[in-house]
Design a binder for this molecule. Structure first.
Ligand SMILES: [Zn+2]
Ligand SMILES: [Zn+2]
Length: 348
């Protein structure tokens, strides 16, 4: 066991504080990663605040990790010391069920092991990326192509794959009309991916405040959902709507914007149930669906797609001592578009 410097939550309501966490010794199949950059995801805040269930404090969160391989176990073949690598939301799964075998480890029958706040094989609770290093089985470690600016790689490991996976699954591409609800950390990646995949892209945002940004990211159209005319003007228009908003919205109203046989896919995760008027589904054979992150091979595909198309998130880099302020700004939707912690400042 070794110690890593980290930012640690000791309660649901208190600030994150500097501290240390334990990392296991590097096993035969493990990779030790010196973390360079750690993205801040809204899920980190939900978890620490107890919104999604009980949490064993102290806990260190963070599942958008980019860093350099510092050591490898004797059996490791996929990565070598010095490589640029990433770790997302998954650090283990059963590796045997049909979903693991199909590359959908996020839907593992026995439950995937999350990067933080999950029970690891050795019985310890996994600890996340707001820290100086991490030990992960090589099967769950991604290669980060050289052409992706490294500080921008981190948010791809959650925000990136969470939006890329449903766009691919529901065939966003040429001739398809795709709408993205919400232009935040997830939404801005959805816009970039959908545009690069060749779809016609519309942003549906509360206001027109971020319109210039959205168009610059590749959106063809931008509408304010606070304007009731939007819902009349766009009725039945979209083959696919990706909803990135984790607050409650009027799902039935948004379903009215979906074309016959189209789908509205939630990637945002509201803590309360969302009521659906079934008429908004059956009168146009629409689907209301959900999607969670993506598998390991698809995450690698997404990183390679970013390199090929020059895609990267918009980030604001912060030092670790500003993490509590950054969380407040995430809660206030005051970030364009993802915070990334410079891990060199953790414990410095
Ligand atoms: Zn996340
Ligand atoms: Zn499995």
């Amino acid at each position: 066991m070794t110690l890593a410097n980290a930012y640690v939550a000791t309660s649901a309501s208190g600030p994150l504080v500097p501290g240390t966490i334990e990392r296991r010794e590097v096993g035969p199949n493990d990779v030790l990663i010196d973390i360079a950059w750690a993205g801040i995801c809204h899920s980190d805040i939900h978890t620490v605040r107890g919104d999604w269930g009980a949490v064993p404090y102290p806990i260190t969160v963070g599942h958008e990790i980019a860093g350099f391989v510092a050591a490898v176990g004797s059996e490791v073949t996929r990565h070598k010391v010095g490589d640029r690598v990433g770790v997302g939301c998954i650090v283990d799964s059963c590796r045997e069920c049909e979903h693991c075998l199909a590359g959908n480890e996020q839907y593992c029958r026995k439950g995937m092991t999350g990067t933080y706040n999950a029970i690891d094989r050795d019985g310890t609770v996994t600890q996340g990326g707001y820290s100086t290093n991490v030990v992960v089985d090589e099967r769950y470690v991604l290669r980060v192509p050289e052409s992706i600016p490294f500080e921008k790689a981190a948010p791809l490991l959650c925000a990136g794959i969470t939006t890329y996976s449903p766009l691919r699954h529901w065939n966003a591409g040429p001739g398809k009309k795709v709408a993205v609800v919400g232009l935040g950390g997830l939404g801005h990646m959805a816009v970039k991916f959908a545009h690069a995949l060749g779809a016609e892209v519309t942003v549906l945002s509360q206001s027109l405040k971020k319109r210039e940004d959205g168009l610059a990211m590749g959106a063809d159209h931008y509408h304010a959902t606070s304007d009731p005319d939007t819902f009349a003007a766009l009725a039945g228009r979209f083959d696919l709507i990706v909803n990135t908003v984790s607050a409650g919205i009027d799902i039935s109203a948004y379903l009215g914007l979906v074309a016959v046989d189209g789908a509205l896919v939630n990637v945002g995760a509201p803590s309360e149930p969302l009521p659906v008027n079934v008429f908004s589904l059956l009168l146009a054979r629409r689907s209301f669906a959900g999607s969670a992150i993506g598998g390991i091979s698809e995450t690698q595909e997404m990183l390679d797609f970013c390199a090929e198309h020059g895609i990267a998130p918009e980030v604001e880099v912060i030092s670790a001592d500003r993490v509590n302020e950054a969380w407040e700004r995430v809660l206030a939707s005051d970030v364009r578009y993802r915070f990334v912690i410079d891990a060199a400042t953790i414990g410095a």
